[in-house]
Design a protein around this ligand. Structure first.
Ligand SMILES: [Zn+2]
Length: 242
């Protein structure tokens, strides 16, 4: 499988997330009103930067999408007992990072390039838009790490790109995703292992907004193939019939 997993981000540090200061939240402008807040983790070779990280500083980084298992503990509001669980969190592993100074109040860069294969068929739903319902496709891809292992990030696409994805993609289709990091509030469902009651826990989920999808291997090209294979004579006949 071809490998490509590159993330380039520029944003402001809004929160340091762990005691050894290697994990932090970045605020990146998405459009005029929205911001996204991806979680960044410094790679081993970048750990020397940790003592210079401060809330409000601007950081430029290059890295890769990294889906890691995160342990989580919560106290059940019904029975007050402790629950331990774990889930997958999509983070960015920074392999190069620089603290930068800029006059720009809201500098931003949010670029991702990924190659991967779909783990299952894409799913479509419609979300409310300004004037009408907008198609929204969602699919998980497997993308290989350079050294070892595989990551499974989620891709989301909208409008025409979503419609096209639904036509072209299926399980095991290989795609190149040119996109951006997207984060949104998300309610996680947990069931208490002691009293069995279910609770919603507020969290943030990180996905990749596919701005442009290139269809590589094992995609549906039926329509395209049909047009190609039609003889000139047949095309002419159709043209005259119309
Ligand atoms: Zn409970």
């Amino acid at each position: 499988m071809a490998m490509q997993n590159t993330v380039q981000l520029l944003g402001k540090i809004t929160e340091i997330l762990n005691d050894d200061k290697t994990k932090f939240k970045l605020s990146i402008k998405k459009n005029d009103t929205k911001f996204v807040y991806p979680v960044i983790k410094l790679s081993k070779q970048m750990e020397y930067l940790k003592n210079t990280l401060e809330i409000g500083k601007t950081i430029l980084l290059e890295g890769k999408i990294f889906v890691e298992q995160e342990n989580y503990t919560y106290i059940c509001p019904c029975c007050n007992k402790l629950n331990e669980t774990s889930f997958h969190r999509t983070t960015i592993l920074a392999t190069k990072a620089f603290i930068v100074t800029t006059e720009d109040k809201e500098p931003y860069l949010n670029k991702i390039l990924l190659i991967g294969s779909l783990c299952s068929n894409p799913q479509l739903k419609y979300i409310p838009g300004k004037f009408s319902q907008i198609p929204n496709a969602k699919y998980q891809i497997a993308t290989k790490r350079i050294c070892e292992g595989t990551d499974f990030p989620w891709i989301v696409t909208f409008a025409r790109q979503a419609e096209e994805d639904m036509k072209r993609l299926k399980t095991s289709s290989q795609v190149m995703v040119d996109g951006a990091i997207l984060t949104r509030p998300f309610k996680k469902k947990f069931q208490c292992e002691h009293c069995k009651k279910e609770h919603n826990i507020e969290d943030t989920t990180t996905e990749i907004h596919g701005l442009k999808i290139e269809y590589l291997n094992n995609c549906n090209f039926d329509e395209f193939d049909n047009i190609q294979s039609k003889s000139i004579f047949q095309k002419l006949k159709e043209f005259l019939a119309n």
